[in-house]
Design a protein around this ligand. Sequence first.
Ligand code: PXP
Length: 241
Amino acid sequence: MAGLAVNIDHIATIREARKASYPDPIAAALRAEMAGADGIVAHLREDRRHVNDRDVRLLREVIQTRFILEMAATDEMLAIALEVMPELVTLVPEKREEVTTEGGLDLVANREHIEKAVTRLQDGGIPVSIFIDADLDQIRMAREVGADFVEIHTGAFCDAETDDERQVEMERIKAAAKLAHELELGVNAGHGINYDSVKAFKEVPEIDEYSIGHSIVARAAMVGMDQAVRDMAQLVKELHP
Ligand code: PXP
């Protein structure tokens, strides 16, 4: 059975749009858990554009399920992770100018740097996932650098504009998930997944957990966080019963 980790970054995005004190991502995380989330994800960015240091520390204190911290492999973030001790760190690439995380980490190009970060986190007792494109070389490299999990970037599939493109991207995801599973890596998946596109992942039984943010927060603006999380949790449950 696959799990659902709910990313609450965009609750903080709404707060930061007015530099207000609400809505509070902490309250959203607690509601998401009560509605069936198996974990809560937050991406602490270098520019703190949504979630900030206070949020991360409070999330650590209050979350009853699992706290997954997404971050770049910088010295600053490694120090924060080792102090906060989330249940999982997902290493992501980060560019200041991007609207959202644009691609997976290129492990072939950054092997030494990422390997050191993985070792530091694991030595501190934190399992590590690496966000990578659905590429077999990247999956093999994730194994080589000692990752515990990969998170397969689903953006290219979710954003595909034609059926042919979607088919090609789904085949890549299926092959990547299969290889990761064979290499005994845990398999997470995320980016761009919504209430419609999630259904296609029935074809990928290796997925352990989905990491979903924007579509859930967008629906929450209309129907409330409880209903939005419950709807997605139900869809995930139906995919891999
Ligand atoms: N996984 C990773 C590594 C991400 O960077 C993001 C976006 O913050 C997500 C999952 C969630 O993507 P979305 O908000 O499109 O559901």
